[in-house]
Write a protein that binds this ligand. Structure first.
Ligand code: LLP
Length: 443
């Protein structure tokens, strides 16, 4: 988090607590989330989109994309800040509802929702179900009809724009599983309208993730607006949802455009597209996940072993920590870049090339691929890896029977567990083959 600093002893302090104290109290690996930082990010993102929407004469709804990191506490932080919540499974829906989210402020996504999930979402009264395929139109319409309700829906359209960081690729059809193709948006939107149990709010698209500027969103919006205009001519179409994907800095090499500028860029592109098509600027909606929670999280690890390995022209030092791809799969999965620092002390030893590795039985188990750390990194040092708030806990797994770490929220010098860590006993308890009764069966 931006507010982290060092105390007089060189220990990293987050939200008023030295991380050494957190490690002692809660153990490592440990996910730490700066609550004030997360709340402030949610508020800033909402304010940025509200200002941008107002500048083109419209309004906006911002949903927090729960897939980034969903827990009861986090749901309350983002809903307190005025965001809705986006979910994409029955499990995520259950968390959002249990945490007290107003169902009308929940959006329900997914490219393969079960009928049972659709029925739950309808019964809960979610504000919108995002229809992702042709076959889902009747599924949602029938579920709503059985429940005697009119369900509001959005139609997810694949705009053919795929974006990440500074680049976007625009094709006629993007080759991926989400949404319906742009050339069928009007036909399928019209079909949605033919069902008395459905109300079409608008079109939706999501073009990618970790995007640093507004160009891809602008291109995608322009493409959607032709279909939006055509559908608007036939009936009310109050909204346009442009998804999430706003990037964050993982290392000093990342320099995303401030969200205020991105929001304005998108709003202006929508407004000019609407002028060109002669339609009113719709109400806008966005679904940021990573940019709300990512920078607010760090992960603490304890170094267990350090091993110099000869490489071309020198040495690479492997510092192995007590977690790894089970608590942060992103490096192994996407080649993601992170940065690490010694968090328990400062060192003036000269820098050396390190690779922070995990404890799993796999050489791809890397947390930070390349980082210059003080040469004297040693067993017992605490390492902090920055910007792990998004898609780390949510992608966590039990590879090698490693229990998932706890999540601790820190605020004004106070730390509290917001998600209990797993224990080995938790993992063994689910293994039915270890039951005495099962053993008897086998005997
Ligand atoms: N809306 C929809 C429909 C999405 O599919 C996503 C993310 C979001 C919103 C939120 O995107 P964000 O603002 O967080 O970028 N596990 C990958 C990221 C997967 C994103 C999937 N969809 C990662 O760790 O990089």
């Amino acid at each position: 988090p931006e507010r982290a600093h060092r105390d007089a002893d060189g220990r990293l302090v987050v939200a008023g607590i030295a991380v050494t104290e957190l490690a002692e109290r809660f153990g490592t690996p440990l996910y730490v989330v700066d609550e004030s930082d997360a709340r402030a990010r949610a508020a800033r993102i909402l304010a940025a989109f509200e200002a941008a929407a107002a500048s083109v004469g419209t309004t906006v709804t911002v949903y927090y994309a729960g897939k980034a990191f969903l827990s009861g506490a986090i749901v309350r932080w983002v809903t307190d800040a005025g965001l809705g919540v986006d979910v994409c499974t029955g499990g995520e829906l259950a968390v959002a509802l249990a945490a007290g989210t107003d169902p009308a402020r929940i959006g329900f996504h997914g490219n393969n929702k079960s009928v049972a999930e659709i029925e739950r979402a309808v019964a809960a009264g979610v504000g919108a179900i995002i229809i992702d395929s042709e076959v889902e139109i009747e599924r949602v319409a029938d579920a709503a009809a059985r429940a005697g309700r009119v369900q509001r829906v959005r139609l997810r359209v694949n705009s053919g724009v795929h974006a990440s960081t500074h680049e976007f690729l625009a094709t006629a059809h993007e080759d991926q599983k989400f949404g319906v193709s742009l050339d069928r948006a009007v036909e399928l939107g019209t079909r949605i309208r033919s069902h008395a149990s459905l109300e079409l709010l608008g079109l939706h698209c999501h073009i990618g993730s970790q995007i640093f500027d507004s160009a891809g969103f602008a291109e995608s919006a322009e493409r959607l607006l032709a279909a939006h205009a055509e559908l608007s001519a036939a009936g009310p179409l109050p909204e346009l949802n442009l998804g999430g994907g706003f990037g964050i800095a993982y290392t000093s090499a990342d320099d995303p455009t401030p969200i205020e500028e991105i929001a304005l860029g998108i709003a202006e592109a929508v407004a000019s597209g609407c002028r060109a098509h002669g339609v009113a600027v719709p109400k806008l909606a966005f679904e940021p996940g990573r940019s709300v929670i990512g920078p607010a999280g760090i992960t603490l690890y304890t170094v267990g072993t350090v091993k110099p390995v000869p490489i071309d022209g020198g040495w690479r030092h492997y510092a192995s920590v007590d977690g790894g791809m089970s608590d942060n799969a992103r490096t192994a999965l996407y080649g993601a870049d992170y940065s690490a620092r010694i968090a328990s002390r400062v060192s003036d030893a000269p820098p050396a090339l390190f690779r922070v590795a995990g404890r799993h039985c796999e050489s791809g188990d890397i947390v930070v691929d390349a980082e210059y750390l003080p040469h004297d990194v040693a067993p017992g040092d605490l390492l902090a890896v920055a910007a792990t708030g998004a898609y780390c806990w949510s992608l966590a797994n039990n590879y090698n029977h490693v229990p998932r770490p706890a999540v601790v929220a820190v605020r004004d010098g106070v730390a509290r567990v917001i998600v209990r860590g797993e224990t080995e006993a938790d993992l063994l308890a689910r293994d039915a083959g270890l039951d005495a009764s099962d053993a008897a069966e086998g005997a």
